[in-house]
Design a protein around this ligand. Structure first.
Ligand code: GTP
Length: 430
């Protein structure tokens, strides 16, 4: 028996992802034609023994989420349930709160995966499980690790480990000084024994809250008393105890999705994975009738693309999109029901649902890729603003935006439901 838990967060999370997370929960945002969650569930579905996937989050159940779950259950032939937290309980609090549901039908030897819902990766879950079974005892846990640069590592959970045994000697979440270039990917193999540790953490936290001498606690910051931070409260304590092991994922693709730029990066990698494992999902150039395709391109079957359009590399076109004559799109995601009118050009941009780009207009962002000169470099996960200024980044057009003909929109973020009057550069259009 094997289960997977995916932490999908809450509407309060995903602030760096706005305005794209204003419409739908971030884990439902489509990359390479499918929601982030779909890709994670697809990775889980490779585990033959998998019987159930539990999504834990703090979103009100809504139509988009229910429809997604119903479709995914059918596609992957697995039971998928959504468990709603009454408040944001943190990365460990939700798991603890729903412990009875998670534990049901699991024997002491059975394991379950916990996966952060804001990562995109070529997840080696089968290999990780095999590693866990062959190397880690019944009371031990495994964490998936990848490499980062020294400078970037401190933005993540850092893992110092014994290269011979893979035992984690030290775990520090977002340290202030360098600890290790191996970082936490947000994927864990746990056994039921994790609940003993979560239960101790819960009791300690309650003690802290009840202790009047602790003047400044999470509770004061507006968190629920049941909030448990898996990384800071639990993993940090497991380092050096012989209970935590790391499975390094090598050079495989991994990124967390914090800001819109990381979506363009993940889109490129998922399209590359399609090319390797599901070439049927990529659009195949049709010599006489279809558009010109460069590199990897996903086009939803309902989209209507003029034959003289040129798309790619690394472009995803959503449901019911219309693309006119002479349109050029590169390194971009065009979401459902958008209209790109004749001869417009879209580069390094995300255009959200139901938006229109007028004829001969140009929508362009600045590429924000990992530094190609630094091995293991990750994409920068800055927020859009820094020191009150807009950071040069990809261009993000919110949903229901109308861009007229013959304008240039460069390095801009346009909030939903706007009609742009003229060209704009390095601006946030509210
Ligand atoms: P930030 O840099 O602050 O974004 O932190 P982080 O990158 O370490 O991410 P964080 O630990 O906040 O979240 C990791 C994953 O857990 C994401 O998929 C979140 O959606 C999810 N998550 C975070 N907080 C909660 C919570 O309270 N409940 C649930 N169910 N999921 C959560």
């Amino acid at each position: 028996m094997l289960k997977a838990i995916i932490l999908i967060g809450s509407p309060q999370k995903g602030t760096r992802f706005r305005p794209l997370s204003l419409e739908i929960p971030k884990p439902l945002f489509p990359i390479a034609g499918h929601p982030i969650l779909y890709h994670l569930i697809e990775s889980c579905a490779q585990l033959r023994e998998l019987r159930e996937i539990l999504l834990i989050g703090c979103y009100q159940p809504n139509e988009a989420l229910s429809r997604f779950i119903a479709n995914a259950q059918q596609t992957f032939n697995t039971s998928i349930r959504y468990l709603q937290e009454y408040a944001s309980l943190g990365t460990g609090g939700g798991i603890y709160h729903f412990r009875d549901l998670i534990k049901s039908n699991l024997s002491d030897k059975d394991v379950f995966f916990v996966i952060n819902g804001d990562i995109c990766a070529d997840l080696p879950l089968v290999e990780m499980l095999q590693f866990h079974r062959e190397n880690v005892g019944e009371k031990g846990f495994t964490i998936l690790g990848t490499e980062a640069t020294e400078r970037q590592s401190t933005n993540y959970g850092c893992i110092a480990w014994d290269k011979q045994t893979n035992e984690v000697k030290h775990y520090v979440e977002k340290p202030s000084t360098f600890v290790s270039t191996t970082i936490n990917c947000g994927v864990y193999v746990f056994t039921k024994f994790i609940f003993q540790i979560l239960s101790e953490t819960y009791r300690n936290n309650q003690q802290l809250y009840n202790d009047s001498s602790s003047a400044f606690t999470n509770y004061d910051l507006g968190f629920s008393r049941e909030n448990i931070r898996l990384e800071k409260d639990v993993l940090s304590k497991l380092g050096g105890t012989g209970q935590l092991y790391v499975f390094p994922m090598g050079n495989k693709f991994w990124t967390s999705i914090k800001n819109p730029s990381s979506v363009i990066y993940a889109n490129r990698h998922y399209l590359e994975l399609y090319r390797m494992y599901h070439p049927e999902r990529l659009y195949k150039q049709n010599d006489s009738k279809g558009p010109t395709i460069i590199g990897d391109v996903f086009i939803h079957p309902t989209a209507c693309v003029a034959p003289s359009a040129v798309l790619g590399p690394n472009v995803s076109i959503g449901q019911d999109v219309t693309i006119g004559y002479g349109v050029r799109v590169r390194e971009s995601i065009i979401l459902g029901s958008c209209v790109l009118q004749d001869h417009c050009c879209v580069l390094y941009s995300i255009i959200a649902w139901n938006s229109t780009v007028g004829p001969w207009s140009r929508v362009e962002g600045t590429p924000n890729d990992p530094d190609p000169n630094k091995q293991f470099s990750k994409i920068e996960q800055d927020s859009l603003f820094q020191d009150g200024k807009l950071h040069p980044s990809i261009t993000v057009i919110g949903n229901n935006v109308s861009i007229p003909g013959e304008v240039v929109v460069l390095n801009a973020v346009v909030l939903p439901h706007k009609e742009i009057g003229s060209s704009s550069k390095n601006q946030i259009i509210l």
